[in-house]
Design a protein around this ligand. Structure first.
Ligand code: SAM
Length: 360
């Protein structure tokens, strides 16, 4: 064994990274036979919104210690790791956060990923607040698709959800700008929280019907440990589909591919489609192929994970690409996560990593 390999072996065991089985290029599967197809990369833990279900202001206040810049993965480190994930079969990258458009020169990262990962589906999720000015640059850099989060069309309800003073009209204008830049159709994420914005479900469907954009209604989840989640606050997707269907008849549509997160429905009159994401009432752990890279370079194998694996220390400790590939392989082979299948009020109270840190 060479000196470097011995040193990295020691780093790996100190980081509790499991050893890999099989050759580096053999098909990769976790303990339940799930492949690694999607990589979500959180490019910043900062956000200018304080959504009550994600970054509540009481916790993420003026004293909250966000990561110092040197702890963030650099663009070069992100691209290098993404290439290694690609070699393991990863087909899709989603940039997220925090608010990804707050990361300086994010279009440069998109261009670097585009060049390094031909054929990979390159997407980004944003709150839309800084999108209007950046949409064209993102498209030119090679972004394939975009998701914009918007929880209500009413000012007061929008503010009750995001606890920030940002007009709905500006998010709508940003969606138009992104469509004009060639990023249509755009997905619009609406997290539905009972008693806060669920009265807006039909209005959201009505507003975007016929626009070509696809609203996705997301069940409110117990991500992180700060949002005070209660099952009573969840509006089951079946209810959402029923409520919309009473106004605009809907019919189910087949998934685009196995493991698609959103269940698809189309308007019977041909005016487009919606999606519902039912991670609470219809867990899709069995087909989950997503890995998450946190802002500071930890690999998480589940949105509800209680721990990550420190890839940044390996990268900064001098690991070769093969050594990184072996580490990722060992971590994925040991993956047994199925949190949404076993969720209870008690597990919801577990200390889990915050979503702003590992990305939505
Ligand atoms: N700042 C960006 C945004 O607003 O889209 C990206 C990060 S955000 C964490 C990604 C997505 O996660 C958003 O669509 C957000 O609504 C969703 N999300 C955050 N917390 C959630 C929760 N508790 N339940 C369901 N979805 C949640």
């Amino acid at each position: 064994m060479s000196k470097t390999v011995v040193a990295l072996h020691e780093v790996r065991s100190a980081l509790a990274i499991p050893a890999a089985r099989g050759g580096l290029h053999a098909p990769l599967a976790d303990t339940r036979g799930r492949a690694l197809r999607d990589l979500r990369i959180s490019v910043t833990d900062r956000c200018n919104f304080r959504c009550v279900y994600c970054m509540p202001r009481e916790v993420f206040d003026a004293d909250y210690a966000f990561l110092p810049h040197e702890q963030l993965l650099s663009f070069e480190e992100i691209v290098r790791l993404a290439r290694v994930f690609r070699a393991h079969g990863m087909e899709k990258v989603r940039l997220t956060g925090g608010e990804p458009l707050l990361r300086k020169d994010i279009d440069r990262l998109v261009a670097m990923l585009r060049e390094a990962l031909p054929g990979v589906d390159l997407t980004l999720t944003t709150n839309g607040s800084a999108l209007k000015a950046q949409a064209r640059a993102l498209k030119l850099a090679g972004l394939d698709r975009l998701t914009v989060s918007l929880d209500s069309l009413e000012e007061a309800t929008f503010r009750a959800m995001n606890d920030a003073d940002f007009p709905v009209a500006k998010v709508l204008a940003a969606i138009d700008a992104a469509a004009a830049a060639g990023l249509a159709p755009i997905k619009i994420n609406m997290v539905v929280k009972r008693g806060v914005n669920d009265h807006q479900v039909v209005d959201m469907a009505r507003h975007f019907r016929g626009s070509g954009h696809i609203v996705r209604f997301i069940e409110y989840m117990d991500v992180g440990s700060t949002n005070g989640w209660r099952m009573d606050d969840v509006v089951p997707s079946a209810d959402v589909v029923r409520r919309i269907g009473e106004h605009f008849p809907l019919e189910p549509v087949d998934a685009h591919y196995g493991g698609e997160v959103a269940e698809r429905w189309r308007y019977a009159d041909g005016s487009g489609e919606i999606g519902v994401i039912s991670s609470v009432t219809r867990a899709f752990c069995a087909t989950c192929t997503r890995a998450r890279l946190s802002t500071d370079g930890q690999l998480y194998t589940c949105l509800f994970a209680q721990r990550g694996y420190d890839l940044k220390s390996l990268v900064r400790g001098g690991a070769s690409d093969d050594e990184l590939a072996g580490a990722i392989r060992g971590i994925w082979q040991g993956r047994a996560d199925r949190y949404s299948e076993i969720r209870t009020a008690a597990t919801a109270a577990n200390r889990k990593v915050e979503m702003s840190f590992i990305g939505g």
